[in-house]
Design a protein around this ligand. Structure first.
Ligand code: ADP
Ligand code: GLC
Length: 495
């Protein structure tokens, strides 16, 4: 099985969220199962050096923006072969993968990611400058969605194409005039194609033209077929229901395990839970200027600050939660209004609220280890990785029961406590009052001490490693033949 796995971000080379973690660890798990995997991403500033990549081919100039090169290197952790799309004018910039340093989307994101998609498609074809050709193409999110459309537009032989939805809220919708500029016939710009409310939608291209669709949790797979979660594409998804499945993400426990985590002042496994948590909590409190009080419940948040993540609900409940004596340590960046509001809260409550606006891999790990509770009041959450990591660190998640949050956290109900399945605290409605009540319930458990350690131990024992998910992706790949024809039977489905 020869798999080309294309993503706009891959940890540790470029990361804005969970997609990067998945794009690093899923292909690594597939590689361990014998799949011949190549990764493809753009050569953002610094990436070629980190991946020790060298130019191996010219890719051409499809949109008249100048020549691009293909570089070949390897993933720094898994060692998987990595291809980089090198077009310095489009990708070698100071700033993030999608936005400039001030947080504005790059104005040419359409051309940047159309070129990434075009490259992914090109590498699957006889015209590819490389001898190695995939018989499976796995695309992720809107940034790669047009690859599925290119392969259809060009016709002829092509690999099976899987498109994974990590988030329906980001769609890559651009002006219709791009249709011919990107080399597509107008016949693709219809309701049955990639047209979406008068625009060219890269997400819809993936949804319509890929052979199989997946999303990152079973619950989200159902939710996105409804108007409340489909962001206008629920009808398209319902129409493809037989090709859509939900495969829960995994966690990479080589990166996220408190027993081996190099970022922590003190490492701990389940047997050192009490001392380990105490030491890490004290370190977080003193590093961030919080009162070093072991009895104060420490609530932590590690999150993009966006509407999705329900951060406005967090702001709304903070006055009451702080009155109860809890502390908040928040690491995040995103929406400027939310950044300012959380910074103002920290300034008003020194010693009780610490806010770090920005991105810090090390602090994310230390908060996972030092916190008592991790808050994720997301309005929707395709999977969510932070709560899965929190479980392993014995930091109990407080989550809205949606998407992957519902699939990974078991609420501490009476029954779940009794049969020892509980791992956290779940609330049903994304409202401030439901969230506040849930935090109070969780803090009640923390303060009473009863059940607290067993709950933490139960959380730490959960296994969300990638093996199970990798097996499901393999089954899906095996169900596909080149050109997207379904395999006749499992036994004959050699790829
Ligand atoms: P999403 O992908 O929607 O942002 P996930 O929970 O799937 O949410 O993944 C978030 C990932 O991004 C986790 O690895 C988390 O540690 C990381 N992360 C989020 N915000 C920050 C930040 N400000 N600094 C460091 N890591 C962050
Ligand atoms: C997206 C989703 C998040 C998911 C991640 C990885 O960023 O918002 O829920 O965990 O992708 O699949």
């Amino acid at each position: 099985m020869r798999l080309l796995f294309a993503s706009s971000e891959i940890y540790p080379l470029a990361k804005t969220g969970g997609l990067a973690d998945v794009a690093a660890s899923l292909p690594a798990a597939l590689g361990r199962r014998g799949v011949d995997v190549r990764l493809l991403m753009p050569a953002y500033a610094g990436v070629a050096v980190a991946a020790e990549a060298k130019a191996v081919a010219r890719l051409g100039n499809p949109f008249g923006l100048g020549d691009s090169l293909l570089l070949e290197g390897h993933h720094p952790d898994s060692g998987n072969k990595l291809w980089l799309l090198d077009h310095p004018i489009l990708f070698n910039r100071a700033g993030g993968p999608y936005q400039d340093a001030a947080g504005a989307d790059w104005p040419d994101n359409d051309m940047r990611f159309a070129l990434l998609a075009w490259t992914a498609a090109r590498l699957c074809r006889a015209e590819s400058p490389m001898a190695w050709k995939p018989n499976l193409l796995h695309l992720n999110d809107w940034q790669t969605g047009l690859a599925a459309a290119y392969l259809r537009a060009w016709g002829g032989a092509r690999p099976g194409v899987v498109f994974t939805i990590h988030n329906m809220a980001y769609q890559g919708n651009f002006a219709a005039e791009r249709v011919p500029q990107l080399g597509f016939p107008w016949s693709f710009y219809t309701m049955q194609g990639f047209e979406f409310w008068g625009r060219l939608s890269c997400l819809k291209a993936g949804l319509v033209f890929a052979d199989k669709l997946t999303t990152v949790s079973p619950t989200y797979a159902g939710e996105i077929q409804t108007p409340s979660f489909g962001f206008g594409m629920d009808g398209v998804l319902a129409g493809r229901a037989k090709d859509l499945s939900g495969i829960l993400n995994g966690a990479d426990y080589k990166v996220w395990d408190p027993a081996i985590d190099p970022h922590l002042p003190q490492r701990y496994g389940p047997d050192q839970l009490v001392d380990g948590k105490a030491a890490n909590k004290a370190a977080v409190q003193s590093d961030l200027g919080l009162d070093t009080n072991p009895a104060a419940p420490l609530l932590v948040v590690i999150s993009r600050l966006s509407d999705q993540k329900g951060m406005d609900l967090l702001l709304a409940v903070m006055p009451a939660v702080l009155r109860s004596g809890a502390q908040l340590a928040l690491l995040g960046s995103g929406d400027k209004g939310l950044e300012d509001a959380f910074s103002a809260l920290a300034a008003a409550r020194p010693g009780q609220v610490a806010v770090h606006i920005g991105y810090s891999e090390g602090l994310a790990h230390r908060l996972q280890a030092g916190g008592d509770l991790l808050l994720m009041p997301s309005r929707f959450e395709p999977c969510g990785l932070s709560q899965i990591y929190a479980l392993r660190y014995g930091t109990l998640p407080v989550v809205h029961g949606t998407g992957g949050l519902a699939d990974t956290v078991v609420d501490a109900t009476f029954d779940a406590l009794l049969n020892r399945t509980a791992t956290g605290f779940v609330f049903d409605q994304p409202t401030a009052s439901a969230f506040q009540w849930c935090i109070e319930r969780a803090v009640g458990f923390f303060r009473s001490g009863e059940h607290w350690r067993p709950l933490q131990r139960q959380a730490m024992q959960q296994d969300f490693g990638w093996d199970q998910a990798a097996a499901r992706y393999l089954d899906l790949y095996r169900s596909l033949r080149p050109n997207g024809a379904p395999a006749k039977s499992r036994r004959k489905a050699h790829l």
